[in-house]
Design a protein around this ligand. Sequence first.
Ligand SMILES: [Fe+2]
Ligand SMILES: [Fe+2]
Length: 158
Amino acid sequence: MDSRNPSGAVPPYAETEPHPAEFPWLDFLVTDNETIDREHREAVEQGNQLLRILAARENWADALEMLRRARARSARHFATEDGILEQTGFLGRDQHRQAHAHILAEFDRVLAELETVADPQAHHWERAHRPRNLLVDHCLKDDLLFKSHLMHFGGARP
Ligand SMILES: [Fe+2]
Ligand SMILES: [Fe+2]
């Protein structure tokens, strides 16, 4: 039995997923690569839309649809970013590509779990925060690692 969940009544992740706030676009996120910056703005906007749907806890179908759209948008964005990091010779590109693959795999795990749910309980709504939390962490920790690289070596390229 999981020590965080001795009763077994609620899955262990229910109390461990944070309740994030809306995330505004912040100037320090700008990398000077127009494509990446545009896609990051879209991600922030879509993430906040998802957050509002999850906070309302009214429409499960909309929540699932937003998660699917976020998964598809993330896959497109990751491919764009991987290509730009390859073209501009970013040294950490392999680790970055792996981080993207990890996020997409986690996205698929969460979607597979939640798409079987017809009558969502509190812990399902909580679980639906997981992909966005991963994306925000990735943007703030991993994407900022290549910001100075792009600004010096390839920021102006598409
Ligand atoms: Fe990335
Ligand atoms: Fe990114």
